[in-house]
Design a protein around this ligand. Structure first.
Ligand code: F6P
Length: 500
C-alpha cells in the first residue's frame, strides 16, 4: 500500500462545469506511478479538491482510495502546516516558516485520517509505504495500532540540519512519528545524518551507522493521547527487528539511510525516440525563431527552485552584451503551485516583474528574451522541450532530488545538451558530469552559462554519455526495488546495511 498526500490523479473542474481526473503535479507522483503500475496494491491519498467525497476507484490499472479533506483542512493542514511550516523549514528557511498551533492540530487530525484509511484495508503483515513530509506522524500511528505491519517511510524533500529542525515546536512528536517505520528513507546521505542527529539530541537513542535503536518501552510510553486508545504493542506482538539493546532493555531497530529517487528512464528514452516528438522538438526551435542557443528551465513555481537567480544571471549576460536575444533565448516553464500560500503568490509577482523587465529591456521585435509559460504540460511536450534545449538550467537553492535534471538526461538519446545543475539539489550527488553551480553566486552562474554555450560538441557528448549511464542504470524501478528489499529483509540491522 502506498500512502501519500496526493493520489496520482487530481479531480479538477474543466470548462463549462465539467470535471475530470488529471495527473497530479510534482516529482512524487511521477516517480511512484510507474512503480505502482507494475505491482498489485492500493494507493491512498487526497484527490486534490476540498469538501468532496469519492468512492474508491481504479485509474490506469491502479486501485485508488481517496481521503477527503475539508476546505478548512486544506487551509490548515496542506497550505498551512505542510507548505508554510514544514516546507520552508525543511528547505533551510529560504522563506520564513510560520508556526501555528491550530495548523499543528489539523496536521495531527489529518495524519490520523490517512492512518485510519490504511488500517481499514491493510491485510495481516501488509507492507505500507508512507510518503513525504505531509504524513510524518502516520508510521507511528500505524505501528501503535498494528505491530504486524511492515512500515516504510520515504522523505522526498531534504531533512534539515538540527539547528534548523530544532525550531519546530513539535520536533519530538515528528521524530517519534517517523521512528514508527521499520525503514526511513532519505534522498541524500546528509539528510539521513541530520535525522540521526535529531534522534540523538531529542530522544537520546543510540544510532550506529544507519541503524537507530528505539527502546520499546520508551516508544510505548511516548504514545500520544489519541493513539492511547489503539491496540498497543505487547511483548507478544509480532514486532519485527526486535532484540535486546546494550543496556539490557528491549529495542527495535530502524534503518535510516539514503535511497536517491529516480525516474522511469526507459519511458523518457522511448518518448525521445518517437518521430512525432522529435518533429515537435524541431518545430519548437522554429517557433522560437531558430536561435543559436535555447536554454530551458522547468519547475513548479516555487521559491526553492532558484528561478529568479537564473533570470538574474541571464539578464546580466544580456546587459553585458555577452549574449543577445536574437541569439539566445530562455524558455521558462513554471507550473502553478500552492497558489494560495502567500510566499508563492509573492514569488509569482516577483518572477513576472523580472520577466517583463528583462523582456522590456532586451527583447527584439519577434525575439522575446524569455518565453515564460505559467502552465503545466503533458509529458510528450516536456520531452520535446528537453530535446529542443541546448542548455538545461536547474538552479535550485535547495531541492530533495530534482527529477527534471534526470528527465533531461534520459531524454537526450542524441547524447547532446548541457545540464547546469545546482549543488544544492540532491541530483548533484549522482550527476557529477553536469556543470555544477552555486546559484547564489551569480557570477559563477553566468560563467557556467557561457561555458555551456561554448562547450565543444565532443565534451558535451562525453559528459552526457556519463550522465546517461548513471540515470539509465539507476532508474525508479531500481529505487523502489532497493527500498522494498531493505524493508522486507529480516536482517536490516546487519552491519552490511550500514552506509557510514
Ligand atoms: O516532491 C515534493 C512534493 O511536495 C510532493 O510531496 C508533492 O506531491 C509535490 O511536491 C507537488 O506539491 P503539491 O502536492 O503541494 O502540489
Amino acid at each position: 500500500m502506498i500512502v501519500s498526500n496526493r493520489l496520482p490523479v487530481d479531480h479538477v473542474s474543466g470548462e463549462g462545469g465539467t470535471a475530470e481526473w488529471r495527473t497530479s503535479p510534482g516529482g512524487l507522483v511521477a516517480a511512484l506511478e510507474p512503480v505502482m503500475r507494475q505491482r498489485d496494491g492500493v494507493w491512498i491519498g487526497w484527490p486534490g479538491l476540498a469538501d468532496q467525497e469519492f468512492e474508491p476507484f481504479e485509474a490506469d490499472g491502479i486501485d485508488l482510495i481517496p481521503v477527503p479533506l475539508s476546505a478548512a483542512e486544506v487551509e490548515d493542514y496542506y497550505e498551512g502546516f505542510s507548505n508554510d511550516t514544514l516546507w520552508p523549514l525543511y528547505h533551510d528557511v529560504i522563506s520564513p516558516p510560520s508556526f501555528h498551533r491550530e495548523w499543528w492540530e489539523a496536521y495531527q487530525r489529518v495524519n490520523r485520517r490517512f492512518a485510519d484509511a490504511a488500517l481499514a484495508v491493510a491485510a495481516p503483515n501488509a507492507i505500507v509505504w508512507v510518503h513525504d513530509y505531509q504524513l510524518q506522524l502516520v508510521p507511528k500511528m500505524l505501528r501503535d495500532a498494528r505491530p504486524d505491519l511492515i512500515i516504510g517511510f520515504f522523505n522526498h524533500i531534504p531533512f534539515p540540519a538540527y539547528g534548523i529542525y530544532s525550531q519546530l515546536p513539535w520536533r519530538r512528536q515528528i521524530v517519534d512519528g517517523l521512528l514508527g517505520a521499520d525503514v526511513v528513507g532519505f534522498q541524500r546521505v546528509a539528510d539521513g545524518g541530520n535525522f540521526a542527529r535529531a534522534v540523538r539530541r531529542l530522544r537520546g537513542y543510540e544510532t550506529r551507522g544507519n541503524i537507530i535503536s528505539v527502546p520499546i518501552d520508551d516508544a510505548a510510553a511516548a504514545i500520544d493521547g489519541a493513539a492511547a486508545d489503539a491496540d498497543e504493542p505487547t511483548a507478544e506482538a509480532p514486532m519485527r527487528h526486535r532484540s535486546v539493546g546494550r543496556r539490557g532493555h528491549a529495542i527495535r531497530t530502524v534503518l535510516a539511510r539514503p535511497f536517491p529517487i529516480s525516474i522511469d528512464a526507459q519511458e523518457y528514452q522511448r518518448l525521445a525516440a518517437d518521430p512525432s516528438i522529435r518533429a515537435r522538438a524541431a518545430e519548437i526551435r522554429e517557433e522560437l525563431g531558430n536561435p543559436r542557443v535555447v536554454m530551458l528551465g522547468v519547475d513548479r513555481l516555487d521559491y526553492t527552485k532558484g528561478i529568479r537567480h537564473r533570470m538574474k544571471a541571464f539578464g546580466e549576460l544580456l546587459h553585458d552584451g555577452a549574449v543577445s536575444a536574437e541569439d539566445v533565448v530562455l524558455v521558462q516553464v513554471a507550473s502553478p503551485s500552492r497558489e494560495r500560500v502567500d510566499a508563492y503568490a509573492q514569488l509569482r509577482d516577483e518572477v513576472e516583474v523580472m520577466v517583463s523587465r528583462i523582456n522590456g529591456d532586451f527583447s527584439e521585435l519577434g525575439h522575446p528574451a524569455i518565453h515564460y509559460l505559467h502552465q503545466g504540460y503533458p509529458r510528450e511536450e516536456m520531452v520535446a522541450l528537453y530535446l529542443a534545449a541546448d542548455i538545461m538550467l536547474v538552479t535550485a537553492l535547495r531541492d530533495g532530488m530534482n527529477l527534471v535534471a534526470k528527465e533531461y538526461v534520459a531524454s537526450r538519446t542524441d547524447q547532446d545538451g548541457v545540464l547546469i545543475l545546482s549543488e544544492f539539489a540532491g541530483a548533484s550527488d549522482e550527476l557529477r558530469q553536469a556543470l555544477l553551480v552555486n546559484p547564489h553566486d551569480i557570477d559563477g552562474l553566468k560563467a557556467a552559462i557561457v561555458q555551456a554555450m561554448e562547450m565543444p560538441r565532443r565534451e558535451r557528448m562525453r559528459r552526457m554519455r556519463t550522465l546517461r549511464k548513471r540515470v539509465l542504470t539507476h532508474d525508479v524501478q531500481r529505487w523502489s526495488a532497493t527500498f522494498l528489499d531493505a524493508l522486507t529483509r529480516e536482517d536490516h540491522h546487519d552491519p552490511a546495511n550500514r552506509l557510514d
